[in-house]
Design a protein around this ligand. Structure first.
Ligand code: NAD
Length: 348
């Protein structure tokens, strides 16, 4: 049995615990929080046997093989360093770190560590995104020349401040770190090409004392290896959008539009025969949760990612994963791109 500890289990960490419980050969044995009391409360609620007041204490107890890092962004780097130093496998939430330098250091540690690591970019496991990546790879769209991507949410419209509104805890751009990173990952996975440059303009329409610092909207342009251009919008103040991600890919032989919102949909248009094909994903209204904000079975995406991560550790059977595991190198590239794009925000 692989023993797992989850650092930061009251937020998205609770969703990790739920997803881990859908895997064979894996057991969540401990959680940590920012205090002993908060950790104990969460452990009781989730039915996890052990609770620690810090990730350091959890690691030092020596009772886990894997650490899931689900704490605020600025806590990722110290937790990941300590976990690798203790010989643990690591699953880290995105963004990997708050600075490009920290992210590059963590990616180097991951590359030289004897243990496994992955970053929780789960959207690449959405069933129709997996389908689309395969279709692009097969050449259905011809040569990809442009991409339009957007990730829209509305929750900052009514939000009071949190650690996400503090640039020191969130990163150089909150909106790009929080959701733009997912969009960058999807663009790369769907096209099979890494992003090589990113420039952006930012806006904070709701500037008030409750939410000091950090940007709400970013409008960016990027380039992919090979020359294709990308227009990317990330917003957390878009009324009507609980959580909508869309990527549209133009090739010289067709266009594909993928969207994940109330439903997951994929539409393909091929120029050769002017045929249009639309696929609708499965929606499950019973699986709406505070984190995933969509009736599509979001937990299944995290389960698919964690299944790909844990199968080599548990010796489980099964074919190749639906999508490649998101690596620390992928996530470090995204943090570096975001830092570069956010330079204007750092000028007072
Ligand atoms: N992959 C995704 O789609 C996704 C979704 C939501 C959040 N996230 C990421 O997960 C991380 C946590 O986000 P969240 O929404 O769960 O945040 P949250 O504020 O809801 O929860 C943070 C957790 O960390 C703990 N914590 C807070 N400060 C701490 C400290 N100083 N030391 C140790 N633990 C501390 C809290 O007790 C809590 O359990 C972030 O990096 C975020 O970007 C990813």
């Amino acid at each position: 049995m692989i023993r797992v500890g989850v650092a930061g289990a009251s937020g998205v960490g609770a969703a990790h615990v739920a997803a881990l419980r859908r895997l064979d050969g894996v057991e969540v044995v401990a959680v940590s929080g920012s205090t002993d009391e908060s950790a104990r409360r969460v452990a009781r609620k989730l039915g996890v046997p052990a609770a620690y007041g810090s990730e350091r204490a959890l690691i030092d107890a020596g009772t886990v093989d894997v650490l899931h890092v689900c704490t605020p962004n600025d806590r990722h780097a110290p937790a990941v360093r300590a976990a690798f130093a203790a010989g643990l496998h690591v699953v880290c939430e995105k963004p990997l770190a708050t600075t490009a330098a920290d992210a590059a250091e963590l990616a180097a540690l991951a590359a030289s560590a004897p243990t496994a690591s992955a970053v929780c970019y789960h959207y690449r496991y959405s069933p129709l995104a997996v389908r689309l990546a395969g279709l692009v790879r097969s050449g259905l769209l011809g040569t990809v020349h442009s991409v339009r991507a957007s990730y829209l949410q509305n929750w900052q419209l009514g939000a009071a401040g949190s650690w996400r509104n503090d640039p020191a805890r969130s990163g150089s751009s909150r909106v790009l770190a929080d959701i733009g990173s997912h969009a960058l990952d999807l663009v790369e996975v769907l096209t099979g090409r890494p992003v090589t440059s990113l420039a952006a303009d930012f806006h904070t329409p709701r500037r008030d004392a409750l939410r000091p610092g950090t940007d709400d909207v970013a409008v960016a342009r990027a380039r992919l290896d090979g020359g294709a251009v990308v227009a990317l919008t990330a917003s957390q103040v878009s009324p009507g959008h609980l959580n909508t991600i869309a990527v549209e890919i133009d090739g010289d032989q067709g266009t594909a539009s993928w969207q994940l919102g109330d439903l997951e949909t994929l539409e393909l248009v091929r120029t050769a025969d002017a045929r249009r094909l639309r696929l609708d994903g499965h929606a499950d209204p019973h699986r709406v949760s505070r984190f995933w904000r969509t009736p599509v079975d979001a937990e299944a995406r995290v389960v698919a990612l964690l299944d790909a991560f844990y199968r080599p550790l548990t010796g489980g059977d099964g074919g190749p994963p639906a999508a490649p595991l998101p690596t620390f190198a992928d996530a470090a590239r995204h943090v570096a791109l975001i830092d570069e794009a956010a330079r204007p925000l750092l000028i007072p």
